[in-house]
Design a protein around this ligand. Structure first.
Ligand code: UD1
Ligand code: CA
Length: 494
């Protein structure tokens, strides 16, 4: 997980509140989904901003919601959990100034310093915001009531421009759409991130009018209003352009995805000691953990909160989501592993599918075209070919022959299969659940097992019947039929 330093600006002279603007639809995304819900590194944009905000204050984070408020609130709650969030609804999106204004009742009396963030500026780091807050506190001593984050961009298209006077002091912000040709030449832009003294902010907001091309209430008018009234506006000019860039289109979203991914992979290579054969074509979520000396081949996707131990090899075309993988695990090509657990020394694939709490204990193996759902495979047990194991519990050192299927669904309900230790399930066995196969038993090739099989027993046929019982030394106790000598009953590919 990308750790962020915990700042404690709450120790300062006035407490810090954080307000995140996230009510807009994001028209330029051309989506039915609110922009802040689009995913970056596997997490909604708003979740990135919330995590950063939570590193700055212990107070609940204020979030202005509007478009798809319910889903946005859910995404915020999922990220912030215990930390807590307070939601304010902006019924109609009349601009960023209006968005802050709806938070007035919640915030104006707080007497706090307010950090305003945009839900669509996801890469901003807590360290940078900490420095911004620090500068605001220093300059406030000298009368500044607003500190804004700016950056110079080679291509400032779309952003609000920072207009300075002849002395280089802040004068006003002009939005792209309202800017003159000359103002559009300005490279210094507004990042949409500001510190305000709350009382001054709401006082100035009352004077904001929607007298612009878009007919919106611009928050960006506030610093100019303060300046015109003789207040001091301080500028924090940042150098990292990417960090303060906003996402407005899907092209920018894809670009950010690339940047974030590179950051994650660099960290894993430099700090984590992980080998990526081709980092350009490997996809790892920000929250995933990968252990030392793992080797990850191209076109692997590691998603969500996946944790992978040391010395694993993961071959091409595999996706692993929200799973735990132990040490020394080999995952061959084209596997899908979702919400599952794989212990030390297991091998998986090629083309295996593990899902819904599939669990493999140490040294177990599943191979070609094997699907495992909600099942546990015991230590050193194997299912190597063309098998479906659903709702099954499999003991240790058991071998599941090619083409075995746990018939777990009767059309209405799911039923469980239990296969105990050291069992040999013959090729093409159908296990009609609920059913149990006792320890050290064997099923013949092509058996349809409809009844429980006691321990130390060979069954075969359709439906399977007892053919033989083994003594402890695995010799036949009574020779029930000559077919017992027929090895083909249990024959299976290796
Ligand atoms: C804004 C700034 C611009 C700055 C840029 C930086 C204004 C008027 N302009 O422009 O100077 O360079 O950010 O990224 O502020 N929102 C609401 N309610 C609304 C409108 C917007 O909550 O009524 C939210 C959006 O969901 C978004 C954020 O405010 O998270 C910014 O809005 P957006 O429309 O993206 O502003 P920009 O045009 O990018
Ligand atoms: Ca924006």
């Amino acid at each position: 997980m990308e750790k962020q330093t915990q700042f404690t600006p709450t120790d300062g002279p006035s407490p810090l509140d954080v307000l995140i603007l996230a009510a807009g639809l994001g028209t330029r995304m051309r989506s039915r989904t609110a922009k802040v819900l689009h995913r970056l590194g596997g997490r909604p944009l708003i979740a990135h901003v919330c995590r950063t905000a939570a590193a700055l204050t212990n107070r609940p984070i204020y979030v202005v919601v509007g478009h798809q408020a319910e889903q946005v609130e859910a995404a915020v709650r999922e990220e912030l959990g215990e930390h807590g969030a307070s939601f304010i609804t902006q019924a109609e999106q009349r601009g960023t100034g209006d968005a802050v204004m709806v938070a007035r009742d919640a915030l104006a009396q707080a007497g706090s310093t307010l950090l305003v963030l945009s839900g669509d500026v996801p890469l901003i780091r807590a360290e940078t915001l900490g420095a911004l807050i620090q500068q605001h506190r220093t300059h406030r001593g000298r009368g500044a009531t607003c500190t804004m984050l700016t950056v110079r961009l080679e291509d400032p298209t779309g952003y609000g421009r920072i207009v300075r006077d002849e002395d280089g002091r802040f004068q006003k912000i002009v939005e792209q759409k309202d800017a003159t040709a000359e103002e559009r030449q300005i490279k210094e832009i507004n990042a949409g991130i500001y510190c305000f003294e709350t009382r001054t902010l709401f006082h100035a907001l009352e004077r904001v009018q929607p007298l612009n091309v878009q007919g919106e209430y611009y928050l960006t008018d506030v610093p100019g209003i303060l300046r015109a009234e003789g207040e001091d506006v301080s500028i924090f000019l940042h150098t990292d352009q990417r960090e303060v860039s906003g996402i407005n289109t899907r092209v920018e979203l894809a670009e950010f995805e690339r940047i974030l991914r590179q950051r994650t992979l660099r960290r894993l290579m430099l700090d984590g000691g992980v080998t990526f054969i081709d980092p350009q074509h490997t996809y790892v979520s920000t929250d995933a953990q990968i252990g030392r000396d793992c080797v990850i081949y191209p076109d692997v996707h590691i998603e969500g909160n996946t944790v992978i131990g040391d010395d694993c090899e993961i071959r091409s075309g595999t996706r692993i989501t929200d799973s735990r993988i132990g040490n020394g695990v080999r995952i061959k090509d084209h596997c899908v592993i979702v919400e599952s657990e794989i212990a030390d020394g297991c091998t998986v694939g090629p083309s295996a599918h593990l899902r819904m709490q599939a669990k493999m204990e140490a040294g177990a193996a599943v191979g070609n075209f094997v699907e495992v759902k909600k099942s546990r495979i015991g230590r050193k047990s194997k299912a190597m070919h063309l098998t479906y194991l659903g709702d099954a519990t499999i003991g240790e050192k058991t071998n599941i022959g090619a083409g075995t299927i746990t018939c777990n669904y009767d059309g209405k309900n799911k039923h469980e299969t239990v296969i105990e230790d050291e069992v040999k399930i013959g090729s093409d066995t159908m296990l009609v659940a609920p059913v149990r196969v006792g320890r050290n038993s064997v099923t013949g090739a092509g058996s349809v097992v409809t009844k429980d099989v006691p321990p130390d027993t060979l069954v075969a046929g359709v439906p399977a019947v007892v053919k033989k019982r083994f003594s402890e030394n695995k010799e036949a106790t009574k020779d029930e039929s000559e077919t017992m000598k027929d090895e083909s009953l249990v024959a299976q590919p290796e």
